[in-house]
Design a protein around this ligand. Structure first.
Ligand SMILES: Cc1cc2nc3c(=O)[nH]c(=O)nc-3n(C[C@H](O)[C@H](O)[C@H](O)COP(=O)(O)O)c2cc1C
Length: 184
């Protein structure tokens, strides 16, 4: 059975990021694949300690709540990372999670665990959906070395209202279809 790992990087448990990710998860499951869902703000995990052990071995030496998620990513077919925009960037836990994915790339910065499809989801207060495009692109530059092939990016605007995504039918269809696309 195919597997998709989803990370929610919002502190709002029922906010826009969660709404979109739950719909993505439904698309994944409707195509017969398994979902592992991690809510980063509920997890206790350390930031990367720069020990560089993962430059020699394909694992992180930190045994905390993120370690299990990292193991799931290694064997996943797809990954989804959802983050609100805070101060024009991803939230802190999402950045810390990405750093902890360092074991996915080898000492030559080649992927150790093959290629997985990646969907990114961002929510932002500002209405202009192009506002952070250059930041999204810049962030995406790290994905190839991790073996993450970006297949889509969903952006929820006007997201200070936690029900903005719920009221956006087009966005919800996009999320559902993206979930399905992750499994094929
Ligand atoms: C500390 C903080 C900083 C924020 N910075 C930005 C920002 O730079 N640009 C923006 O459009 N929205 C900003 N916002 C608004 C959030 O992006 C918005 O509330 C969030 O996307 C809601 O997503 P959620 O419902 O999934 O939690 C900020 C919110 C907070 C709490």
């Amino acid at each position: 059975m195919k597997k998709v790992v989803i990370f929610n990087g919002s502190p709002r448990m029922d906010g826009n990021t969660a709404t979109i990710l739950n719909i993505v998860a439904r698309g994944v499951r409707d195509n017969g694949a398994q979902v592992k869902f991690y809510t980063l703000f509920k997890m206790k995990f350390m930031a990367c300690q720069s020990c560089f052990a993962c430059r020699m071995n394909d694992d992180c030496i930190i045994r905390d709540e993120l370690h299990g998620a990292l193991q799931e990513v290694k064997t996943a077919d797809g990954v989804v990372v959802g983050s609100p925009i805070y101060m024009m960037q991803m939230t802190g836990p999402v950045k810390n999670m990405y750093d902890r994915l360092f074991p996915l790339t080898d000492s030559q910065y080649n992927p150790r665990f093959g290629t997985k499809k990646l969907l990114t989801v961002y929510s932002q207060g500002i209405e202009n959906s192009h506002m952070f495009e250059s930041y999204f692109e810049y962030t995406a530059a790290m994905f190839p070395m991790l073996g993450l092939k970006l297949i889509g990016n969903i952006v929820c605007v006007n997201a200070n209202d936690p029900e903005s995504a719920e009221h956006n039918a087009e966005l919800k269809i996009q999320a559902y279809e993206a979930g399905k696309a992750l499994t094929i």
